[in-house]
Design a protein around this ligand. Structure first.
Ligand code: ARG
Length: 474
């Protein structure tokens, strides 16, 4: 084998193996974990007092440098954890080596990553609540704004625009729960698992777990170092957020299309066409919808990496970082866009009302009325109204304009006085079952949602004690 080939092989190994250039965003998390580890080693009298003090000082200095924007870590190091070790080595010499007592990169890397995810859950959760609030405010403003309700994208029944906003608010509040649940499931500290089998040093895993804000240490060292279930749970909850954002994006694209024309979007969230000057393309909503692709892909990517791996750490697991970082960053961006869309979309009340008044939109209300007021079983009432609609079409009139005679020709029970058209407002107001679209229900649901958001926040178990990277962006 020639020296050239070996040099090339080393280069290629570097290229496929080094990650410090992107995983250095975990540096502060490594420092937090390392500091807690040193504190425990000192308390347990495993390391000399002087060495512990020197390590604490060096770790604190490193933290300050990173926080002030300096880049003291070598981006060419194998990964961020090696980079921190190399930095400490350069500062302290051999004394730095005490830090590696009773730990391995396996338990360190996975603990730092869990802390990072915890911060992301807080940051994304806060954005989700802002989105819920923006939708809730629209619902309060527009409880009485009547629009066509669609099913199969066919105009089905009139409804309150506020009701539709609350529908998305429900989905996003549940996503906030889902993210929180993913974090709660990983509320355990892997530190002390070592490379795979634990350690012979008299460590105190509870103490490290407490310092880091975890509920407890993990139960099994072997499982801890190779488990990425916590990362998959985060990616899965993130995929659910993305999925709901994509649906919301689609709805906005549809509503804003000219022949539909139910909402207006601000100039800032649309783009003009390069070829067609009259167009206002809803690019923000489309991109928000499209970003969901990579977020769902990230879940699939890591599932595929982990699938088939036996217990313990394999280098394969290093491939967890990029999907996680990308999901967190893409979601933060997409949620910010969703908040702007939800806040600034303007329903066009007149267009909404006009679109709700297509012929016979309230025919099901007529059937309801026949059942409620005339004691006709609903299925039969439905058949009768179908025939009345056909008759009205023949006469070119509304249902309310059908004469008693023509109604009697369908069924004698239909020839009663007080026969009238049911307006879209009557129709919307009548659907006052719990969770229904009646404006009063929408108002109540919006108030109740506010209380639920407050309760969700108060119940918050998110620990922000690390909070090194709460923006979601690098
Ligand atoms: N960069 C590695 C990762 O993220 C750290 C763990 C390294 N452990 C090892 N045995 N090589 O997975």
């Amino acid at each position: 084998m020639s020296g050239d080939q070996r040099a090339l092989a080393a280069q290629r190994m570097d290229a496929i193996g080094t990650t410090a250039h992107y995983d250095r965003r975990l540096a502060l998390y490594d420092i937090t974990v390392s500091r807690a580890h040193v504190t425990m080693l000192l308390e347990q009298e495993i390391v000399p007092v002087d060495a512990a003090a020197a390590l604490h000082r060096a770790l604190d200095t490193l933290r300050e440098q990173i926080e002030s924007g300096a880049e003291p870590l070598d981006p060419k190091a194998e990964d961020v954890h090696s980079a921190v070790e190399e930095y400490l080595q350069a500062q302290l010499g051999a004394e730095a080596g005490w830090l590696s007592t009773a730990r391995a990169r396996n338990d360190l890397a996975v603990t730092a990553l869990r802390l990072w995810i915890r911060d992301q859950v807080s940051a994304l959760g806060a954005r989700l609540l802002d989105l819920v609030e923006a939708l809730r405010e629209q619902a309060e403003r527009h409880a009485w704004t009547v629009m066509p309700g669609f099913s199969h994208l066919q105009i089905a029944q009139p409804m309150s625009f506020g009701h539709v906003c609350l529908a998305y608010a429900e989905a996003f509040l549940r996503d906030a729960e889902r993210l929180r649940f993913a974090a709660a499931l990983q509320d355990e500290s892997p530190m002390g698992s070592g490379a795979l089998a634990g350690t012979g040093f008299p460590i105190d895993r509870d103490s490290v777990a407490r310092t880091l804000g975890f509920a407890r240490p993990t139960a099994n060292s072997l499982e801890s170092v190779g488990d990425r279930g916590f990362a998959l749970d985060f990616l899965s909850a993130g995929a659910s957020v993305a999925l709901n954002l994509s649906r919301f994006g689609s709805e906005i694209v549809f509503w804003s299309s000219q022949p539909v024309g139910l909402i207006a979007l601000p100039d800032e969230l649309v783009s003009s066409s390069s070829a067609l000057p009259h167009k206002r393309n809803p690019d923000a909503a489309e991109l928000m919808r499209a970003k969901s692709g990579r977020i769902m892909g990230n879940l699939h990517a890591l599932q595929t990496v982990v699938k088939g791996l036996p217990l313990s750490y394999f280098r394969d697991l290093q491939e967890d970082k990029e999907p996680l970082f990308d999901t967190a960053d893409t979601l933060a961006l997409s949620l910010d866009v969703a908040i702007s869309l939800a806040t600034l979309m303007e329903p066009k009340a007149d267009a909404m009302r006009a679109a709700s008044e297509i012929n016979f939109l309230t025919s099901s209300d007529v059937a309801d009325r026949l059942t409620r007021e005339r004691g006709i079983p609903f299925r039969e009432a439905h058949h009768l109204v179908t025939r009345l609609v056909r008759l009205a079409e023949e006469h070119g009139c509304s249902l309310g304009a059908l004469s008693p005679e023509s109604r009697r020709s369908v069924d004698t029970r239909l020839a009663f006085e007080d026969w009238r058209d049911i307006t879209v407002e009557d129709s919307v107001a009548s659907r006052d079952s719990q969770g229904g679209t009646a404006p009063e229900c929408v108002r109540e649901a919006a108030a109740h949602l506010r209380a639920r958001v407050i309760e969700f926040t108060a119940r918050g178990t998110e620990k922000n004690i690390t909070a090194h990277e709460v923006g979601g962006h690098r």
